[in-house]
Every structure is written in structure tokens, then in C-alpha cells.
Design a protein around this ligand. Sequence first.
Ligand code: MCA
Ligand code: AMP
Length: 503
Amino acid sequence: MTLLLPALQSPTGPTASREAVRFGDLSLTYGRLAGASAALAARIADAGRVAVWATPTPETVIAVVAALRAGVPAVPLNPRTGESELAHILADSEPTVVLAGPDDVLPPALERLRRVAVDARAETEAPASPGGVAPDPEAPTTMADEAAPEAPALIVYTSGTTGPPKGAVLPRRAIAASLDALEDAWGWTGDDVLVHALPLFHVHGLILGVLGPLRRGGSVRHLGKFAPEGVARELGSGGTMLFGVPTMYHRLAEVLDAPAGTAERDALAGALAGARLLVSGSAALPVHDHERIAAATGRRVIERYGMTETLMNTGIRADGAPRPGTVGPALAGVELRLVEDDGTVLDAAGAIGEIQVRGPNLFTGYLNRPDATAAAHTADGWFRTGDVGTVDEDGYVTIVGRKATDLIKSGGYKIGAGEIENVLLAHPGVREAAVTGEEDPDLGERVVAWVVAADPDSPPPAEELAGHVAAQLAPHKRPRTVHYLDALPRNDLGKIMKRSLHA
Ligand code: MCA
Ligand code: AMP
């Protein structure tokens, strides 16, 4: 097992003066990041577990790298997490420390944790030795992963069909294996400059988007907030790769639809055309958006398919045939098979079944949920993704759907219908509630709520219900549409018949 982040081993190593991360005008070299993370690692070494207030800032990078260096599992928190979801995550993961920027205003639930401030600006202004900062004599000199590849590195919360989100425990081994499989597939090197605007509390933005470049000794420029102009600016000035969810590529395609000669459109088309790799993931990129981008730039977006629990499973190779609508072949080290409902393994090309995977990229289990961990695996150790797909003769995988109807993918976020229903039912104005996903050109799917009001003469306004869900869970889980009904359609057993709602 090699080190997880070899380029950060020493604040004075050969890569010390190279830019590691840039967020707007704040940039950290490898030397600065190594020094800052080592110093912070020393302060949290006895923490047990740390929560990271995962804003899109260099503070989050320093905090996560420090936790990795200290060998302390980190729980990245969405800074917009609402009250009940945050309470659940804290009670489940039991961090003793929260790492946050000096100016972050933290919710009351975090007040009982020891707060350790992380200040990236102070790091960039501190005097540096040539090529980096002077090493802290107290700081650990080696990374904890040398000793323990199976030790938990990150605990990432992910929604299921029912109940609150579960913490996927990701060991160092899985992170290293998945990032190295992507290195192989994409020829990803230390010369790559990754551009993205993904949130830093999920696998896509944090593991692929931050630890990916750091493991290669390359750099990442984070936009803070997604905007096509930012993508054009950074790819047009040295960025080589773009990572995004389909909603982001859809928004780029909308800009590219303007007539040629329009300044914003031409700048974006030129910047995308010049990139080495444009990668989409977290949900399916519609073929229409693939085609619009290809027509305007001459470049193909490639897709990779992953999951919080499995990290990356498949991907189109940089040197492979880009086939829009497919997510490419299994990555190096990943075993993938299709299985029928009765457990029969399918091997005919074109057969449709559940995608199951096995390999060094997998998580170790859900925190405190041995029942859920067992249910997610077959007796012979394959992970049931719940995604339904086909594999063609060349091994290219196409995802055609998913087994659970109660999971919604909106803007690339996985959202469980059940968690939203529970929160809606807790609103005094709601007697009955059902939640479904509806196709949306921008978000892929949008959350739709079907509500029976406690008082039909004064139902709670849709904005109030959206605000209630945003305040309890997270803004991206809020219903974008609310329908009011006199009663929910139920079968003889009293179960809500969701399929008949849209009819
Ligand atoms: C609106 N807002 C509200 C409310 N309404 N806040 C509170 N209460 C309300 N009622 C605010 C939002 O907080 C936000 O604020 C703004 O309004 C817009 O929110 P929203 O509409 O949700 O955002 P959007 O513009 O539609 O965002 C699109 C997006 C986003 C940028 C594409 O969905 C996104 O970042 N998606 C990435 C998801 C992702 O990374 N998934 C990876 C997980 P403000 O304007 O201040 O922001 S999957 C994964 O990791 C696996 C392994 C994989 O395969 O990748
Ligand atoms: P999450 O649990 O949030 O990590 O989301 C994982 C899920 O996102 C997978 O199970 C898939 O359903 C979906 N997903 C990820 N990448 C892709 C892709 N390229 N195409 C289609 N679906 C994807």
C-alpha cells in the first residue's frame, strides 16, 4: 500500500512550490498545504472523529487532509444541512471536534463540539521557508495510511429509500484504489489542472474533485459556485479537465445554444474545446445535452458511473470510444455483473439486470447499521447497487433505470422520498404526504410533493412546505412542486399507489 497523498508528505519536497488548490483569489501550494495540514493534524490527533464544515473553500481541503494525516475519520457536513438531518448525523457519527473556517457561523447543534478553526488566508500570509513553510516540529511526519489501509478515512452520508441518511464508511484502501483506477482510465497526471464547482461533502466533489488531484500531485481550481463564465475562465487559462453533474453540463449546453459570435458562447465553446477531458457523473447526462455540447465544441463529454458506497465502478477511457448514453466499461480492479431478481447471474450481452460490483473500491459498511450493510450485499460479497443496466459485447455498461422507485436524483444529489415524507408529515398543516420524482430538463428529476392538508380550506402554501423541508433536511431536498389532493390513492392494504399520482 502506498501513501494516500504522497505529494503532501513533506512541506519542502519537490512539489512544494506547485499550486495544489485554488478557490478564487486564495491559492495554496503543496508546501503550504502540507505545512497547514500537518499542524492541524497534530491538534486533532486524539479527536476520535472530526466533523468538517464542508464549505467550498480551501479550509475544507486543509481540514480533510489534516484528518487523513492524523488518521482520524472525517465526516464532511453540508453547511446547508437542516436541523433534523444534522442532529441525526451528529448523533450517529459522534464527532468530538468540528473543523470550520474562522468566520463560519455554525448551528447550535455543533456548539457542544470542540471547535478548531482552520484559516487558509492566514496560511497564505504566514512567512514561508523557500518552497514552503517551516515544518512544525510537533507535526506528524508520516501519513497514518502507511499503517492502515482499512482504517476509515471518511464517513459520507447518503440517502436511502426510507429513514434518515446512512454513513458510508470509506477506508483509505477504497479511495486509493478508485483514484488509481481513474488515473489508469484517464491518463490523469500531476500536470492536470482540474476545474469544478461541486460541493465538498460528497464523493464526487471531495474524493474525485479534491483528493484526486492531490493524489496525482496536480491541482484543482474550485469555482465556489457553478457558473458557465467561471468554467470558461478557468478552462481557458490552464485548466485541463472539467468534472460536473449533468445539471451543470445542461447549463453549459444552454449557453452553447446561443448563436456563434455571441461572446459568452464563443468563450465557453473555445474553453471546452481546449480541455483535455470533460467528465460527467452522479446521474445520467441526456444524449440531447451530449449532442449539443459536441456540436458546439467538437468535444465529447465522457461519463463515469459511481456511487458513494462503491466510489467509481465504470468509466469511458480517455483513449476509448466515447459512446454517449453509456458509462463505459468496468474500471481496473472492479468486477461487475448483472443479476436477475431471483439471483440468477446474467451473462448474455444485452440482458437487463441489477448491477452488482465487487472490488477494492468498495466501502466497508454503513456506520452503526450492520443490518443495512448485510442487506446491501449478497452472500458472496457483491454489492447490490440497485441500478439496473445492460452490458454490451465490448463491456460497455448502460444504465437503464433503478430498482427503487423511492429514490430521486435531482441535480446529481440522491434524495430518498421517505425522508421528505416524514418531514412533511411533521408539519402541522399536513395530514398525508407522498413524494415522487418527476422528469426535469435541468435537474434530471425534481422533487414533487403530494399533500392532503389538515385543513383543506387553508392548506399550507407550497413555499412554506419547501422552506420547512429545507430547514429540516437540506435545500436541495425541498419539493419544487406541491400538489394538493383530497386523499392519496391507496390500495386495499392502505399502501399509497404512487404510480397513479402522476396520472
Ligand atoms: C432555494 N434556496 C433555499 C430555498 N429555496 N434555501 C433554503 N430554503 C429554501 N426554501 C437556495 C439554495 O440553498 C441555493 O442557494 C439556491 O436557493 C438555489 O438552490 P438550488 O435550486 O437547490 O440549486 P441549483 O442552482 O438548482 O443547484 C444546481 C447544482 C446543484 C449546482 C447543479 O444541484 C449541485 O451542486 N449539485 C451537485 C450534486 C453532487 O455533487 N452530487 C454528488 C453526489 P445559493 O444560491 O446561495 O446557493 S453523487 C456521488 O458523489 C457519486 C459517487 C457520483 O457518482 O458522483
Ligand atoms: P450517490 O448514492 O449519491 O453516490 O449516487 C449514486 C447513484 O448515482 C448511482 O447508484 C447511480 O444511480 C447514479 N449515477 C452515478 N453516475 C451515473 C452516471 N454516469 N449515469 C447514470 N447514473 C449515475
